[in-house]
Design a protein around this ligand. Structure first.
Ligand code: NDP
Length: 339
């Protein structure tokens, strides 16, 4: 039987290895046809490990295969643009890792290419697929906290040793904590608050883990159009902090612990005048949820969990943080595509 959606993986990456191969394999009617890498040996090892029938170093040849309908791009960030453009031109649906690209104009090019070739574009912002964040969004929309006034994000972690490569050493690959972690925070807050960042201010630290001058820690403030202020604390360098997210509104506070993570874990408490209530969560795998949503985007025309525009909007806010940290000024976030 032929699979409904045959995928090509572009990038023999850690995220594909640890999460996304499983996420794609778990979907009914999905098949990973091949993996493309810059190294024949890495492609071979990756394909063998995951039982993928084919592997290649020739992206053009893979994209020329009409039986492949979708690509998942998880290469280093500077490759997202050329690979996404090539895939769109070949008529393949594109699920691309975050950050969608390195610059505002690159991200816009990807959106335009996918639109003009009529293929779906998703950005793999996994946190909005977490049952915890989806529950918090629902509660906020129902008015559980009243008007959100302040948000605090705790996302300072210790970058695992096997990931201490291009992220901390290669500015050209789009490394640094703000394009790696803050971009996820911003996407999550855009999702939770249904709002857009308009202005940011950031101070970054460097040199604890990165010797290439890249930011390995940041504290930032983000102003949202609706008036909420968010505080972000993101780092690669903190071994013993826990993650979390708090939303404080006019009539309630949501306190979520262990929720800025790849794993389906975390707890949520709601505090209001009625008291403190623990919120029930049915945890599920974030990446499987994201791929399931992307499959429905292809087969049923619904929106991916995070669209290309979500990737664009979260990227431009993260780039604004970088600019603020570099210049010492508040930075206005570009407003293109802000709904
Ligand atoms: P990796 O460093 O594991 O992989 C990136 C690229 O590096 C691979 O495509 C591969 O190139 C190359 N590579 C992998 N292993 C080796 C090795 N041992 N020696 C030399 N080169 C190697 O990166 P990540 O998986 O951490 O990140 C990939 C992308 O996914 C990034 O865009 C990142 O931002 C994003 N990401 C997203 C996450 C999410 O939860 N949404 C989480 C983590 C990352 P080649 O393909 O040519 O073989």
């Amino acid at each position: 039987m032929t699979a409904d959606i045959r995928w090509a993986l572009i990038g023999a990456s850690t995220i594909a290895d640890e999460w996304m191969v499983d996420a794609i394999h778990s979907q009914p009617g999905a098949e990973i046809a091949t993996v493309v890498s810059g190294s024949a040996q890495r492609a071979h090892e990756f394909a063998t490990k995951h039982g993928i029938a084919a592997h290649s170093t020739d992206l053009d040849a893979v994209l020329a295969d009409p039986s492949i309908s979708a690509v998942y791009i998880s290469s280093t960030n500077e490759k997202h643009l050329p690979q996404a453009l090539a895939a769109a031109k070949a008529g393949k649906h594109v699920l691309c890792e975050k950050p969608l690209a390195l610059t505002e104009s690159e991200a816009a090019q990807i959106i335009d290419a996918c639109a003009s070739h009529k293929v779906r574009l998703g950005t793999n912002h996994h946190l909005r697929c977490a049952a915890t964040h989806r529950k918090m969004r629902e509660l906020i929309r129902e008015g559980a906290v009243g008007t959100p006034l302040f948000v605090r994000v705790f996302h300072a972690v210790s970058l695992p040793p096997h990931l201490r490569g291009w992220r901390i050493e290669q500015p050209d690959a789009g490394g640094g904590v703000m394009l790696d972690i803050s971009v996820h925070d911003i996407d999550t807050l855009r999702f939770l608050l249904d709002d857009e960042p308009v202005e940011v201010s950031a101070m970054a630290s460097s040199g604890t883990m990165s010797s290439a001058g890249l930011a390995d820690g940041v504290m930032a403030i983000v102003r949202f159009r609706g008036g909420a202020l968010a505080q972000l604390h993101d780092a690669f360098t903190v071994p013993f902090a826990s993650t979390g997210l708090e939303v404080h509104g006019t009539s309630g506070s949501l306190i979520a612990t262990d929720v800025m993570t790849q794993r389906p874990i975390g707890e949520i408490t709601l505090r209001t005048a009625s008291g403190t209530q623990s919120i029930d969560i049915e945890h599920r795998n974030l990446y499987r949820t994201g791929v399931a949503d992307f499959h429905r985007a292809i087969t049923e025309g619904q929106s991916p969990a995070a669209t290309g525009i979500d990737g664009y909007r979260s990227l431009v806010a993260a780039l604004s943080l970088v600019q603020s940290a570099e210049t010492g000024r508040h930075v206005t976030v570009p407003s293109r595509f802000a709904q």
